[in-house]
Design a protein around this ligand. Structure first.
Ligand code: PMP
Length: 415
């Protein structure tokens, strides 16, 4: 008979680099929502950062062929020659960027690209400027690499975008990187050429600052917004820019774990050293699939973006019709970052005050069975993020529930 007991290690203390970051708030909320769902509550989860579409069949077939061919062994450390070639062509075709093969790196997701970049460049105390609201991983990765995240709040009035004067004021002799993400997770805000230009001018005046641009949501942009990337806008900046991208979002390939970047030969080489002692190489089968994603048919990108646009319009209009919620129209990605300042100070029917966006998100989960992520998780309050990568039916139901829950909030004078 096998006896299974859980093991508890009394007095376990994690390393300070781990206790400094804790578990992501997004994952915590997701776990709570999933647990409520398992217990039978009809929870609608609008917290996930992944498309609800499936990986294209052509991509799956390329993976299957790679398995049959025996592409099942370790590959070159930071990407197969075939994938590097496909990435070079993608950068040239879609971004007007010319990178040599040794200026390209491939990793296990864009997250590992970021990790490698920070591990390869930061010494203890080096500063990284992160405009917020921002994807939580930036500051956590910087912290793990012993750097110091410098979060700069960017207001809704400024379109959640960093201004040149904010950047100028944040740069110190210890600044190593500026991280920009366009279109953004969580705000959906995207930088146009006009938005980038003044920031580029500041960076040109400070040659010790590197620029990491996270272009993960490049293909998900709406209306007549034209996606641009800084290394293509300013050749003088290209050498110190790391242009990060991946297949997770555009090709609905989050589980395949392939991300990539273009940057200076020296940086790419140092990043490969970091990778060599963490994963050895990205998955061989996933790399073959990514070649097909980047080089094969691309028609579904437009179709999927059109579907995301309809959902964005539905969610933004629905949220803006609710008293106390204020939602900017995002240019891209599949998130809205809505303001809930008008609801802070209200009281739930159970008599609990809503003091923060975390209180509001908790209330929505508990009362409306809708899981959203509070702005606090992304470094800007009082807001909440909705991921609209789910069906229009679910989104319509979620908005109805949020509206009903908000209408049940009262002011202190009501009771
Ligand atoms: N950048 C941004 C802005 C993201 O939202 C994500 C995923 N949530 C990533 C990078 C990481 O993508 P992956 O590791 O799946 O390539």
């Amino acid at each position: 008979m096998t006896v299974t007991t859980s093991i508890e290690e009394a007095g376990f203390v994690p390393a300070s680099r781990i206790s400094a970051i804790g578990v992501s708030q997004i994952l915590k909320i997701g776990a709570r929502a999933q647990a409520m769902k398992r217990d039978g509550a009809p929870v609608i989860i609008l917290g996930a950062g992944e498309p609800d579409f499936d990986t294209p069949d052509t991509v799956k077939q390329a993976a299957w062929k790679a398995i049959q061919r025996g592409d099942t062994k370790y590959t070159a450390l930071d990407g197969t020659p075939d994938l590097k070639q496909a990435i070079r062509e993608k950068f040239r075709r879609e971004n007007g960027l010319d990178y040599a093969a040794d200026e390209i790196t491939v990793a296990t997701g864009a997250k590992q690209v970021l990790f490698n970049a920070m591990m390869a460049t930061l010494n203890a105390g080096d500063e990284v400027i992160i405009p917020t609201p921002a994807w939580t991983s930036y500051s956590d990765i910087v912290t793990i690499a012993e750097g110091k995240p410098l979060c700069i709040p960017c207001s809704a009035q400024a379109g959640f975008k960093l201004t040149a004067s904010q950047l100028e004021a944040a740069i110190t002799p210890k600044t190593k990187w500026l991280i920009l993400n366009s279109p953004s997770n969580p705000s959906g805000a995207a930088y146009s050429t006009t938005d980038y230009q003044p920031l580029i001018e500041v960076l040109l005046r400070h040659p010790h600052v590197r620029l990491l641009v996270d272009d993960m949501y490049e293909h998900i942009v709406y209306d007549d917004f034209r996606f641009v990337t800084p290394a293509a806008l300013e050749p003088r900046l290209k050498g110190r820019t790391l242009t990060v991208n991946g297949v997770s979002k555009a090709y609905a390939m989050t589980g395949w774990r392939i991300g990539y970047a273009g940057g200076s030969r020296e940086l790419i080489k140092a990043m490969a050293v970091a990778q060599s002692q963490s994963t050895s190489c990205p998955s061989s089968v996933s790399q073959a699939a990514a070649v097909e994603a980047l080089s094969g048919p691309q028609h579904f990108l437009k179709e999927r973006t059109e579907s995301f646009r309809r959902r964005r319009d539905l969610v933004v209009a629905g949220l803006n019709a609710i008293d106390g919620i204020d939602c900017r129209v995002p240019e891209g990605a599949f998130y809205t970052f809505a303001g809930c300042a008008g609801l802070v100070g209200k009281t739930t029917p159970a008599g609990k005050p809503i003091e923060t966006d975390t209180d509001f998100s908790d209330y929505l989960l508990q009362e409306a069975h809708v899981a959203v992520v509070p702005g606090a998780a992304f470094g800007l309050s009082p807001f909440f993020r909705i991921s609209y990568a789910t069906s229009e039916t679910e989104l319509t139901e979620a908005i109805l529930r949020i509206a009903a829950a908000c209408s049940r909030l009262g002011s202190d004078s009501d009771r």
